[in-house]
Design a protein around this ligand. Structure first.
Ligand code: CP
Length: 341
C-alpha cells in the first residue's frame, strides 16, 4: 500500500487525542504512532490490513468523546460535502452517517431512490455523476447490487464509502460490531464469536468474518444448511448447523435477520420452525456463558431470530452497537476524506 502525505498537523489538532491511531490496548494487532491512513475509499474489510482496521477503531475511540461534549461538533470536515446515496432502504446506517457528517461540521446531501428520478429511468451512474457535479467530497452509498459502490469508486473523484452492497459487504456495520465487542470483551484476539442465521445473504456476516479473523478471533457461523454455504469456510470460519452445540463456548453471539428481500422464501419450512432451531430465547441464554454478548445489526424481527426478552435483556448490546456506529462513521468519513491513495 503506497504511503502518501500524512494527516497535516493542523488537521490533527482539530481531532480529539489518539485520533491518529495508536496501539490497541487489548488486541494483538497494534498500530504504530506514525501509521498513516492513505485510502480514499472504504469499500470493504476484505481489502483492509489488520492495522488499518485497528486504526479505524482507535480513531472511532477518539471521536466517541465528541458525543459527550455539550457542543457535539469538531471542525474536522468543515467545508466538505458528504453525499448520502441510499438506493436501498435504511434507518440506522443512513441516520448515523448523516449525524456523523454533521458532528464533523460537513454539509450533507441526502439522496433516497424512492421519490427520485430513478423512477424515470435514470441510471445509478448518471444519478451519482449529477450529484457529484454539485461538489461532493465523500459519497456514502447503499445499493441492492453487490459491487455497486466499487463501480462508482472507479468513476468518480470523490471518496466512496460502502454503506452496504447487496449480499457482499457492510464494512461500517462490522466495524461497529467489532468496536462494541472490543469495548465489552476487552479485546478481539482469542475470542470466539458465533454469527447465527441467514449467512448466505448477509453482507454483515461477510464483513464481520473478515474483520474478526483479521484481528485474531475465532468465528463459527450457525444456521440451516440452506442458509449457510459450505464455501464460507474459505473465509476462515467454521460451520455448525446446531445452535445449541455452540452456546456454551462463545463470547458473543451475533443474531442475523433473515433477508427475505434477497431470496423470497422457501429455504426453510416455517418461521416457527426456524425460531425453534435458531432463535435466541431465555432458555438458550441460560445455557450460554453468564456474560455472553448478544448482538444484532437491526432491524430485528422480534420473535423470529430473537425474543423481546433477550433483545431487551441485560446481555444485549444492540443499542450500544447503534451508539458506537456514530463514532465509527465519524472515523470513516474523517479518514477517507484525508486519504489520497
Ligand atoms: N444494520 C443496518 O444496516 O441497519 P439499516 O438497514 O437500518 O441501516
Amino acid at each position: 500500500m503506497a504511503r502518501k502525505a500524512p494527516i497535516s498537523s493542523k488537521k490533527r489538532k482539530s481531532l480529539p487525542k489518539r485520533a491518529a491511531g495508536h496501539a490497541a490496548p487489548n488486541a494483538e494487532v497494534t498500530v504504530e504512532p506514525d501509521f498513516v491512513w492513505t485510502r480514499k475509499d472504504l469499500l470493504g474489510l476484505d481489502e483492509l490490513s489488520p492495522r488499518e482496521i485497528v486504526c479505524l477503531l482507535e480513531t472511532a475511540e477518539s471521536f466517541k468523546e465528541v458525543s459527550t461534549r455539550s457542543i457535539k461538533k469538531v471542525p474536522a470536515m468543515r467545508g466538505k460535502v458528504v453525499g448520502l446515496l441510499f438506493f436501498e432502504d435504511s434507518t440506522r446506517t443512513r441516520m448515523s452517517f448523516e449525524l456523523a457528517a454533521s458532528r464533523l461540521s460537513a454539509d450533507s446531501l441526502l439522496f433516497t431512490a424512492k421519490g427520485s428520478s430513478v423512477s424515470k429511468g435514470e441510471t445509478t451512474m448518471d444519478t451519482v455523476r449529477n450529484i457529484e457535479a454539485m461538489g461532493v467530497d465523500v459519497f456514502v452509498m447503499r445499493h441492492g447490487q453487490s459491487g455497486a459502490p466499487h463501480m462508482v469508486a472507479r468513476q468518480v473523484e470523490a471518496s466512496v464509502v460502502n454503506a452496504g452492497d447487496g449480499s457482499h459487504e457492510h464494512p461500517t456495520q462490522a466495524l461497529l460490531d467489532i468496536f462494541t465487542m472490543r469495548q465489552r470483551l476487552g479485546g478481539i484476539a482469542g475470542k470466539k464469536v458465533a454469527i447465527v442465521g441467514d449467512i448466505a445473504h448477509s453482507r454483515v456476516a461477510r464483513s464481520n468474518i473478515l474483520g474478526l479473523r483479521k484481528l485474531g478471533a475465532e468465528v463459527v457461523v450457525v444456521g440451516p444448511p440452506t442458509l449457510v454455504p459450505n464455501a464460507i469456510t474459505a473465509m476462515g470460519c467454521s460451520i455448525s448447523h446446531c445452535l445449541d452445540d455452540v452456546l456454551g463456548e462463545v463470547d458473543a453471539i451475533n443474531m442475523l435477520r433473515i433477508q427475505f428481500e434477497r431470496f423470497g422464501g422457501g429455504l426453510f419450512p416455517s418461521l416457527r420452525e426456524y425460531h425453534k432451531l435458531y432463535g435466541m430465547d431465555a432458555e438458550r441464554l441460560k445455557r450460554c456463558r453468564r456474560d455472553v454478548l448478544i448482538m444484532h445489526p437491526g432491524p430485528i424481527n422480534r420473535g423470529v431470530e430473537i425474543t423481546t426478552e433477550v433483545a431487551d435483556g441485560p446481555n444485549s448490546c444492540i443499542l450500544q452497537q447503534v451508539t458506537n456506529g456514530l463514532a465509527i462513521r465519524m472515523a470513516v468519513l474523517y479518514l477517507v476524506s484525508q486519504g489520497r491513495e
